[in-house]
Design a protein around this ligand. Structure first.
Ligand code: UDX
Ligand code: UDX
Length: 465
């Protein structure tokens, strides 16, 4: 088997960046180049200020500090990177399509195709191409067809190696992965060798028994299925939260009681204002779309239900705020603590916060938002992305604050959208004193101590209680 000592990754985003950094750390004998078409992003990856890396992940900057320009390189020179690498990872984004067939459902594969064509044109020898992006089943075949019929017509091995890291814990997830999944053409000698070559990289730190080899399609489908199952658990507990509120049960107690059954398990049972992130919704929509195109309508409906409950949960939270504030939020100042889709990340893709804000602003409320990691530009971009009203109007109704106490001053109600640890440590007495009375608090993450806040004087609503 050829020894692997040069790899590259196309896409320096949330997945490509941290994954390649960990490979560089664990494999000092491998030269790792991460390329991206976005010059500004590459400049940040190469910048002197490690606090400004484009991706915020605990432990990442320390790894970048140790490996960058030793065996980890960031560049926009895609051509050289492809030419030099023995293994090319594709980790570009695959958003939900916003046009044409499958609009709003299917994954947009235009970036993947672009990468495949680039590789076909540039490669001057055989390569192993690894899909890291989440892709619909059978995308590998598309990549293979493009690679083998355009450019220099070399024989390529295509592997699927989906990433299961969760944001905020990416480095720990990568360093101590439950499993590494490698899908490939294991019935042919070349396919098998390619799978082993990729496996040899991970074997530098992952025990061999945790490396699962499957055929290509199983690997692609496993990634979609894993995310669908995780999201399904969140929607399941969120659906029960509505029932708890209507009946006086406590969703945390229910979650604890059912999670103690080892067959169910305790993880991913935290009721919330709704799941967000770049993967869950996108991957389920993709799964639903695949099922529909295969005429598996009952299966499609089943998974669509997971998304429907998530939308319901976000809407329910916003409606509850309006209802509680005497059926009107018109002209009122409301405060959002948290905007990121979960704590310890600056990522806001599909965050519940933007949909709840949109709903309340439609009722002409003024939403003041504080998030410890998300920038003002990002927050406004998110609201504009929904496209309900003009950017000017959004700017008028959504104010971004840098001080949480100022954000809460003279506010009618506070809503917790992200479970940032620092919110627990605030001086809630002081916050209460400076708010309009009665002061309401809507805890969309069940983060705070309800009894303590009630004693201070807050009227507290928590999901599922
Ligand atoms: C990843 C996966 O790839 C996606 O399939 C999964 O569902 C979510 O996680 P992620 O790393 O989060 O995507 O995306 P992003 O942070 O947007 O990074 C992708 C990068 O690829 C961007 O920096 C973009 O500039 C780059 N890119 C995109 C290219 O360099 N070339 C292209 O042709 C397209
Ligand atoms: C997810 C998968 O966990 C990961 O394996 C995959 O590679 C990418 O998608 P990520 O989106 O980064 O990772 O975050 P995750 O921790 O899974 O949370 C997703 C969303 O669900 C967040 O909004 C989170 O707040 C929410 N969630 C999670 C809950 O509301 N309750 C829970 O019990 C768990």
């Amino acid at each position: 088997m050829t020894t692997i000592n040069k790899i590259c990754c196309i896409g320096a985003g949330y997945v490509g960046g941290p994954t390649m950094a960990v490979i560089a750390k664990k494999c000092p004998h491998i030269n790792v180049t991460v390329v991206d078409m976005n010059q500004q992003k590459i400049d940040l990856w190469n910048g002197n200020n490690l606090d400004e890396l484009p991706v915020f992940e605990p432990g990442l900057k320390e790894i970048v500090a140790k490996t960058r320009n030793k065996n980890l390189f960031f560049s926009t020179d895609v051509t050289t990177a492809i030419k030099d690498a023995q293994i090319i990872f594709i980790s570009v984004n695959t958003p939900t399509k916003t046009y044409g067939a499958g609009k709003g459902m299917a994954a947009d594969l235009k970036y993947i195709e672009l990468c495949a064509r680039q590789i076909a044109d540039i490669a001057t020898e055989e390569k192993i191409v690894v899909e890291k992006s989440t892709l619909p089943v059978k995308t590998a075949q598309t990549i293979k067809t493009i690679l083998e019929n355009s450019g220099n017509k070399f024989k390529f091995q295509i592997l699927s190696n989906p990433e299961f890291l969760a944001e905020g814990t990416a480095i720990a997830d990568l360093e101590n992965a439950d499993r590494v999944l490698i899908g490939g053409d294991h019935h042919t000698k070349e396919g098998f060798e390619a799978m082993n070559a990729l496996s040899s990289i991970y074997e530098n730190w992952i025990p061999r028994e945790r490396i699962i080899m499957t055929n290509l399609w199983s690997s692609e489908l496993s990634k979609l299925t894993a995310n669908a199952f995780l999201a399904q658990r969140v929607s399941s507990i969120n659906s029960i939260s509505a029932l708890c509120e209507a009946t006086g049960a406590d969703v945390n107690e229910v979650a604890r009681a059912i999670g103690a059954d080892s067959r169910i398990g305790s993880k991913f049972l935290k009721s919330s204002v709704g799941f967000g992130g770049s993967c869950f919704q996108k991957d389920i929509l993709n799964l639903v779309y695949i099922c529909r195109t295969l005429n598996l309508n009952e299966v499609a409906d089943y998974w669509q239900g997971v998304i429907d409950i998530n939308d319901y949960q976000k809407r329910r939270f916003a409606e509850n705020i309006i209802h509680t504030l005497f059926n009107t939020v018109a002209g009122k100042k409301l405060t959002f603590l948290g905007w990121a889709f979960k704590k310890v990340t600056n990522d806001t893709r599909e965050t519940a916060a933007m949909y709840v804000a949109d709903y309340l602003i439609e009722e002409t409320a003024f939403v003041h938002t504080y998030d410890p990691k998300v920038t003002e530009t990002q927050i406004l971009t998110d609201l504009n992305y929904i496209g309900t009203r003009s950017e000017e109007l959004n700017k008028k109704h959504l104010k971004i604050e840098t001080d949480p106490y100022e954000a809460c001053r003279n506010s009618h109600a506070i809503a917790i959208l992200t479970e940032w640890d620092e919110f627990v440590t605030y001086d809630w007495e002081r916050i209460y004193q400076n708010m309009k009375k009665p002061a309401f608090l809507f805890d969309g993450r069940n983060l705070l101590d309800k009894d303590k806040l009630t004693k201070i004087g807050f009227v507290v609503y928590q999901i599922g209680k």
